[in-house]
Design a protein. Structure first.
Length: 207
């Protein structure tokens, strides 16, 4: 039986690389939006990670006619009442770079001494008819006072992970995939993946 096609609803190369590594053992043919002609951008205007992830997966599955995988994830900082949260990718503005977002975060937290934070992820799988499955993951940490490390992307250089005594950007891909919020959400999906494949096949037959 051929691998199940699944489209990751992103053009983010860093995120795609992480998912390719995490999906290495799955019987799926993983593609990203970069493998298709331009489709309209989904406006991520949800109030929660779950709302945004579901919106992206549903839209992608409907437009392309194949099951889609989407995640919405971000950094939540206790001292900032959960910010940057769903605005993590555009914390410093609509076209902000990772470096600009980090700079703003460190400036906002310059006088903050209790720096507890967490990365949160909601992973969704949608079939073209619009039904969605949800999986979640969370990783606790602290915000450093300066960036450290060259790996990863996003806020990884300022997210300190106590079990490894390193920032996410100082971890190898293998280390990060043991503990990351995205890895934990995927582990929850992995535990049910046989049922998910059967679910996708059932919906394909019913279309």
């Amino acid at each position: 039986m051929p691998d199940q096609p699944l489209v990751l609803a992103t053009r983010n190369k860093g995120k795609l690389k992480e998912f390719q590594e995490l999906f290495a053992d799955f019987p799926i043919a993983l593609k990203s939006l970069a493998d298709f002609e331009e489709i309209p951008e989904v406006r991520e205007d949800g109030r929660t990670f779950a709302e945004n992830a579901a919106k992206k997966a549903r839209f992608t599955a409907r437009i392309l006619g194949v099951p889609a995988l989407a995640d919405d994830s971000g950094l939540v900082v206790d001292a900032l009442a959960g910010d940057p949260g769903v605005h993590s990718a555009r914390y410093a503005g609509g076209q902000a770079t990772d470096a600009a977002n980090i700079q703003k975060l460190l400036q906002v937290m310059e006088t903050v001494s209790i720096r507890k934070a967490a990365f949160e992820c909601v992973l969704t799988v949608a079939e073209p008819g619009g039904t969605v499955l949800y999986y979640t993951g969370r990783c606790e940490g602290e915000i450093t006072y300066r960036p450290m490390g060259r790996n990863g992307f996003g806020y990884d250089p300022v997210f300190y992970c106590a079990p490894f005594k390193k920032t996410f950007a100082q971890l190898s891909a293998g280390e990060k995939n043991q503990i990351s919020h995205r890895a934990k959400a995927l582990q929850a999906l992995r535990a049910e993946f046989g049922q998910v494949l059967a679910w996708l096949e059932k919906h394909k037959e019913n279309r």
